[in-house]
Design a protein around this ligand. Structure first.
Ligand code: G3P
Ligand code: MG
Length: 380
């Protein structure tokens, strides 16, 4: 098929095609840590990169293995730190897909994140009965001999006189633990309890391997390493899972703990993000461009594990810093992937990387966005 192109730029730097060929519909999905920020500081090219996409009215969302706080508070921090307005409808955190599980469990134990922010996040999702390890420490400090909480923190962040008779139905690890010894001790208590009842221990028959824990545990991400503002990558929730698995095996005749792991690189998170991206594009279209929505409840809640069949995008570009999560997940989802040198990945890792980017390695997020737009005929 032959197209005659008269390439001129209109006010947005978008090429004007004289032929009937419709513009390729592209979209971006950005990882956060090591791509847009390092720790609590924005990376220098994050702002121009996102502004360039807004100027060209190209939809993008954020897909992070981070979390532990509500989507609104995370985007409020990112909007002010990066200097580009972002909506709670534009982010998928490691635990965001758990919104779809609120009717599966009556009482959940949520673990990780700062203070008790993850509790408020789980309650905002619609979980009705949410407890955290800190609640049990306030009830009986001897449950965690070396806990790190001050009395002020216990009074401020822990439930007063938490009910310990109601069984816990599941442990949900929302983010990296802050008081590792407390969280790991209490998680193992729950996995080895009698049907989720706090303070009990199931009979241990040494003859049978006990891979199935007393109650299920869901890890919201599998990052062995991640990039904060320290010069070397740090252990992430995937490392914590390995510690929990080792202690579980030791207390269950060597059995390998059965668990559910979400987040990047798993397809459940990429499918969920794809639905969110489609929803976001529709909201941009109805509002004539980039919109700021305060109502996160306005989001159409995707079903878990359903691959979108109505995608308007010819290509989705995932920009990440971690080959094991960002790049592998994007490649498995059939997206294009771009790997940056601003986070976990170093060029010397190329030979051992579990996945390689389909659209190259780039020095920073602006370079990756610029090259992608040029490849798609934008004059940037
Ligand atoms: O806890 C955050 C870390 O595991 C990685 O976050 O944004 O690089 O997926 P991100
Ligand atoms: Mg990252």
């Amino acid at each position: 098929m032959f197209f005659s192109f008269v390439k001129s730029t209109v006010n947005r730097g978008r090429p004007f095609y004289s032929a009937s060929r419709s513009l390729k519909q592209i979209a971006f999905v950005f990882d956060i840590d090591g791509v847009l920020v390092r720790g609590s500081k924005a990376l220098p090219t994050a702002k121009p990169a996102l502004e360039l996409l807004n100027k060209n009215n190209i939809p993008f969302i954020l897909l992070t293995n981070g979390g532990g706080v509500t989507e609104s508070s995370r985007v409020n921090f990112l909007s002010s730190e990066i200097g580009v307005p972002l909506s709670p409808l534009q982010i998928v955190q490691s635990h965001t897909p758990l919104k779809a599980q609120i009717n599966k469990y009556k009482r959940v134990m949520v673990v990780g994140g700062p203070n008790d922010s993850a509790r408020h996040c789980a309650l905002e999702y619609g979980f009705k009965d949410v407890i955290m390890p800190i609640d049990l420490v306030r009830k009986d400090p001897s449950i965690s001999p070396h806990h790190r909480f001050t009395q002020e923190e216990l009074n401020k962040f822990a439930l007063k006189d938490v009910d310990i008779s109601t069984p816990v139905d599941a442990v949900l690890v929302f983010n990296d633990p802050r008081d590792m010894s407390t969280d790991i001790q209490i998680i193992l208590d729950m996995l080895n309890s009698k049907n989720g009842v706090i303070g009990t221990h199931r009979e241990h028959t040494t003859t049978t391997l006990r891979s199935t824990p007393s109650i299920p545990i869901i890890f919201s991400n599998n990052d062995f390493l991640w990039a904060n503002d320290y010069k070397l990558p740090r252990f992430g929730q995937g490392a914590v899972r390995l510690m929990i698995e080792a202690l579980y095996a030791e207390s269950n005749s060597g059995a390998k703990l059965e668990s559910t792991i979400m987040g990047k690189p798993f397809k459940v998170s990429y499918d969920y993000a794809h639905h969110v991206l489609i929803d976001w594009k529709a909201k941009m279209a109805t509002n004539g461009g980039v919109t700021l929505q305060n109502e996160s409840s306005a989001q159409i809640l995707p079903e878990l594990g359903v691959t979108p069949t109505n995608s308007p995008f010819d290509k989705i570009y995932m920009v990440g810093d971690n080959p094991a999560s960002d790049i592998k997940g994007a490649n498995d989802a059939g997206w294009e992937s771009l790997l940056l040198r601003t986070g976990v990945y170093r060029d010397q890792d190329w030979g051992s990387a579990i996945a390689h980017p389909t659209a190259g390695v780039h020095n920073d997020v602006l370079a990756s966005v610029r090259e992608t737009l040029r490849t798609n005929g934008f004059d940037v």
